[in-house]
Design a binder for this molecule. Sequence first.
Ligand code: BES
Ligand code: MN
Ligand code: ZN
Length: 495
Amino acid sequence: MKSRGINKNFSGANVDALATVVFKGEKGSTALLKELDSLTGGQISSIISSGEFKGDKGESALLRFKAKKGGRVLVIGAGEKSEYGAPEVAIAAGHAARKLRSCGAKSMAFAPRGSVDASDAAAASVQGAVTSQFDLDKYKTKDKIDKAITNFVVYVDGAKPAQLKSGVERGGIIGDSINFTRDLANEPPNILTPTEMAKRSQKMAKEVGLTCQILSEAQMKKLGMNSLLSVSLGSEQPAKLIVLKYTPKKSTAKKGELLSLVGKGVMFDTGGISLKPGEGMDAMKYDMSGGATVVGAMRAIGMLKPTVPVLGIVGCVENMPDGKASRPSDVVTAMTGKTIEILNTDAEGRLVLADAVAYAEKQGATRIVDMATLTGAVVVALGHLNTGIMGNDQGLVDDMIAAGKEAGEGFWQLPLEGYEGEVKSDIADVKNVGTKRRAGTIAGALFIQEFVDKAKWAHLDIAGTAWADSPQPHQSKGPTGVAIRSLLKLVEMSE
Ligand code: BES
Ligand code: MN
Ligand code: ZN
């Protein structure tokens, strides 16, 4: 999709369709709406005054130009004007682009309106349009979606051209990076093995100017990463540790400060010897979403070039049952020297992250945000609306929640204090499951915390938010690319 910004003559844009938003309760008396109203022969004022169109979120109305044959005007309901920020702009733009695509439009102009800063409004519009075009049809040979918006114009009245340009560029980078992550999360596990994930990360790193190091099993063995390695003992696929590094030309970070993003890359999770039931097991191809999020976020960081360094780490394994696989009751020694009693081989994500976060700290990380589809329990607690967040530093947790608010992504904190006993083992330092099934999400986080030494650390459990079971007007069902925008905000806040 090609995108550009304009600051005048919205209705004169040479495109297949014009789109904008109408707020709840709005009468349509602004200059832009009046102009569109007259172009459509009064259809806008008519659908508003008849109560047919209320401006509620998720509403849309497709209208026709009176004069220009075939010309279309799409209005999208945007809800309360006072609550219309950049995330809402992205949703409206995405809704418009998806709707117009389905009508066969190839080019469109979108006016976000509202009072969001011009550059941010342009960025959000483009990002929303780009992510709206993602679909799950990669492996279809028939019935592929052959329609696409190939030209997207965002109109912000009177905006400075430089603001528009930078916003459009930023939005494109973020949108493409989110789709990059979604594509990885959607890949079947026979294709996206740990080796293939490493290859794609390497290729991406080269393209955007990050350094990328891939640790082999032999290298991990040498480092003592027996916790991570234990997960893939049953797999024919060798484990890989992906290490991506972004270093700014001129850093504004305090000396020695390093933010690290760490992801769970379980390419497929059968549960191992603690085998999962067959029904629904296919969903476990997305058990590498945390890792895909790190790779996508690092892609965006490489292109956006913030002034602080960022380290990205992904532990990639496949969790399979086999004669060589770990057994419930095995004991392994992690890289930090802590011993782990593996009581359930299906609690494998934390085993991967134990060595991955420790490695991040070994590489100098002073702040770590890990992300993982870690527990079914977080879906019980929070459903699909909020990502669970926990950590050892309230400041970092608060920053992440605040970044999420700006990005339009919800993070809801669960406590760790007082639960520490949950992961104490009878025979080793820690066990990889909590007691019975209680506080499962908290137990998962507490286990990872055992492998963080001095770093400030926050853990994101994205099991409920990384995958959407049903489509929305602005995005397809499937992988959501959740947390990328919030992580980019967190990086921005660190500059
Ligand atoms: N990958 C799963 C968690 C999961 C479940 C993600 C559903 C997405 C949807 C994880 O590895 C797992 O199996 N967790 C267990 C932990 C338990 C054995 C302590 C779980 O949640 O049941
Ligand atoms: Mn599991
Ligand atoms: Zn898992």
